[in-house]
Design a protein around this ligand. Structure first.
Ligand SMILES: [Zn+2]
Length: 231
C-alpha cells in the first residue's frame, strides 16, 4: 500500500545525509497520507546506502505498524502524536544536525536575529524542556510529542508560524505540508543556528531583529498578500 508515498518518504530521508544534516542513521522523516489515516516513516537503524523505498514502514496514527518488513524509526510515537494532535501538518523531520543540537544542548531558544530567520520562522524557535523521569518511563517518545505540544500551547505560538522546535539536550524537530518541506525547514533551521552562533560569538550583545522587519519578511512570503517568488 501507499507505494508512491513510500518512494517520496524514501527520497526525503535521503535528503538528510545529502544536506549534511545527519551522520549514520541519526534522523528520520515521515509523511501523512492523503486520507490522514496513515503515515509512512523510515525504518529504524537501516543504513542509508542499503535502504530502499520498499523498506519504508506504514503506521496508523496511534503509531502501530500497518505494513512493513522492518520496525519503524524509534521516534515513530513522536511523529504519530504530532499528526494526531496538530492540524495541517503533513510531514515531520527529526535530525541531530550540529548547530541545532548545539542550541538544544545549551537550552536556548533560537531568537530571530536576521531576515533568513524571518523568511521561515515568525518569531523565536522555542527550546522545549527536558522530560521528567515519569515521562521517560511511561512512553518516552510519545511524551516527547506531548512536550512539543505543551511548549507551543504554553507560549501561545502556532505550528504554522513556527515550523520547528529544539528539544533540550536532544535536537530539532521540524514540520511542513509534506516530507520534503519538513526536510527543507530542518535545513533552514540548521543554517540559522549556525548563523546565530557566529552572530553571538562576534557580539554577545547583538540585537534581536526589530519586529517591523520580522513582520515584513515573514508576511511578504507567508502573509495573505504574499508576493515573494513566482505566481
Ligand atoms: Zn533524536
Amino acid at each position: 500500500m501507499l507505494e508512491q508515498l513510500k518512494e517520496k518518504v524514501f527520497q526525503a530521508n535521503l535528503e538528510l545525509p545529502k544536506q549534511g544534516l545527519i551522520k549514520y542513521t541519526w534522523g528520520n522523516v515521515s509523511q501523512l497520507d492523503e486520507s490522514k489515516q496513515y503515515f509512512v516513516i523510515k525504518p529504524s537503524g537501516v543504513s542509508y546506502d542499503k535502504m530502499q523505498a520498499s523498506d519504508m514502514v506504514v503506521c496508523d496514527l496511534s503509531g502501530q505498524v500497518v505494513e512493513g518488513n522492518y520496525r519503524p524509526s524509534s521516534d515513530t510515537p513522536t511523529h504519530a502524536y504530532l499528526y494526531q494532535h496538530v492540524k495541517n501538518i503533513g510531514g515531520i523531520c527529526h535530525t541531530h544536525s550540529t548547530y541545532a543540537v548545539g542550541f538544544s544542548q545549551a537550552g536556548l531558544d533560537l531568537l530571530p536575529r536576521g531576515t533568513t530567520h524571518a523568511d521561515t520562522f515568525y518569531g523565536a524557535v522555542p527550546c522545549a524542556r527536558f522530560l521528567t523521569e515519569a515521562e521517560i518511563q511511561a512512553g518516552y517518545e510519545q511524551n516527547t510529542g506531548k512536550v512539543i505540544l505543551e511548549t507551543f500551547q504554553k507560549r501561545q505560538i502556532s505550528f504554522q508560524d513556527i515550523p520547528g522546535v529544539l528539544l533540550q539536550g536532544h535536537g530539532p524537530f521540524t514540520w511542513g505540508k509534506d516530507a520534503f518541506q519538513a526536510v527543507e525547514q530542518a535545513t533552514i533551521l540548521e543554517e540559522i543556528c549556525k548563523m546565530n552562533f557566529i552572530t553571538q560569538s562576534l557580539n554577545p550583545n547583538a540585537e534581536i531583529l526589530p519586529q517591523r522587519i520580522l513582520d515584513k519578511h515573514y508576511q511578504r512570503k507567508h502573509g495573505k498578500d504574499a508576493y515573494y517568488g513566482q505566481k
